[in-house]
Design a protein around this ligand. Structure first.
Ligand SMILES: [Zn+2]
Length: 388
């Protein structure tokens, strides 16, 4: 069997990738393994290491076959999260063992086996259609999706833009399915803002409240003002935004003392009706109305974004339904991904393996699902580049 023909089966490549312990920002040879596979299929590969802006050096890979448009890109990452407590694992996390038809290892779900499934789909597609299939296939693979992301996908997108290299659509291969392959395509994410509120008053005796200024009363009034009514009713593709108070801290051991300071933290998960800036303004308006001395610090954990489902999302849904018998839901739930950057460059849809064990001990994926995902991805390529 030639190297290219061997790649039509995703398991070997998935195992080779898992055997590289590429915990962010280490690459540990993972991109070399992938580059060798892609070059054997005819892809032109460019390595893009970046090390600016005070963050660790990260290696990235852009690979392309074909010169024509449309250019369908697959985006993913070869870095993985740390193992955690090794005692929680029943296998060596980097041995890529297959036990009873299930592949175990860090990255089995998120997302080395997903990358291997896409490479397998490319191998099958190119074997059938040859290199002149009426467009281009590309892969944008970063070594820093799980970390700070400073020298990862964002920088690669900047490099593509400088070169005038256009992506027409991007399939992001994160493990989007909560429990079964075919559950879910992701088309965006909610934004997240964390607020830290400190209210200052004047300490005093609880018997003489008129001589003190109790910060707890004002803190509760402020939290009440932001939780009393829903922020919105939701939008076409998003659930309603939520404001959740996560902690209230006064730490006052004395029952006869009015404390000087009271603190709280809260998390707003918001839809595309809001931004970090609009929510910051909304919060201050409400807190100012309560009045007094307070300090608000906000932490930006990402803006909401929507990739309006278009041709690619429809093609992925059709291909997933054909293989799994289930029509995936189009969802904006869950944690964030690099689609938050890529959607500014082109249309995006996210679909990959089952994410039930990602970031956990004994991360795993059934070999049957990895095979089925390769079949789904092959269906996507067939439909995206129809024979004329
Ligand atoms: Zn991931």
């Amino acid at each position: 069997m030639t190297a290219a023909a061997a790649l039509a089966h995703p398991l070997d490549l998935a195992r080779a990738l898992i055997r590289c312990p590429s915990v962010t920002p280490a690459d540990a040879g993972a991109l070399d393994v992938l580059q060798e596979a892609l070059e054997s299929l005819g892809f032109r590969c460019t390595r893009l290491p970046f090390e600016e802006d005070g963050a660790a050096r990260v290696d990235n890979l852009y690979a392309r076959i074909g010169a024509a448009e449309p250019n369908l890109c697959y985006a993913g990452h070869t870095d993985v999260v740390p193992v955690g407590d090794p005692a929680g694992w029943t296998v060596d996390p980097f041995a890529a063992e297959v036990v009873d038809g299930v592949l175990y290892g860090r990255g089995a779900s998120d997302m080395k086996a997903g990358i291997a499934a896409f490479v397998a789909a490319c191998a099958r597609f190119l074997a059938e259609r040859g290199p002149d299939f009426g467009g281009s296939l590309s892969l944008l693979i970063t070594g820093d999706e799980e970390g700070v992301g400073v020298n990862g996908t964002r920088k690669v997108l900047g490099w593509l833009e400088e070169r005038g290299e256009r992506l027409t659509d991007c399939l992001v291969g994160e493990p989007t399915n909560p429990t079964r392959l075919g559950d879910m395509i992701k088309i965006g994410r909610r934004g997240s803002l964390v607020g830290y509120l400190t209210v200052r008053g004047t300490q005093g005796h609880t018997a003489y409240p008129q001589l003190a200024d109790n910060p707890i009363d004002r803190l509760l009034a402020m939290l009440g003002a932001i939780t009393a009514a829903p922020l919105d009713q939701g939008t076409g593709h998003f659930q309603p935004s939520s404001v959740v108070v996560s902690t209230i801290d006064v730490g006052n051991p004395a029952t006869n003392v009015i404390p000087a300071t009271a603190r709280a933290a809260f998390n707003i998960r918001f839809n595309d009706l809001h931004t970090q800036a609009s929510l910051g303004k909304w919060l201050r308006e409400r807190f100012d109305a309560v009045g007094g001395d307070y300090e608000l610090r906000t932490q930006d954990n990402g803006e909401a974004f929507l990739c309006p489902p278009g041709r690619l999302a429809a093609i992925v849904a059709d291909a997933a339904e054909r293989v799994t018998g289930r029509r995936p839901e189009m969802s904006t739930s869950g944690g964030t991904s690099d689609a938050r950057y890529i959607h500014r460059a082109c249309a995006c849809a996210e679909f990959g393996l089952v994410g039930a064990t990602m970031h956990k001990a004994d991360e795993r994926q059934s070999v049957a699902d990895i095979e089925a995902l390769a079949e789904i991805y092959k269906g996507v390529l067939d439909a995206y580049f129809p024979k004329d």
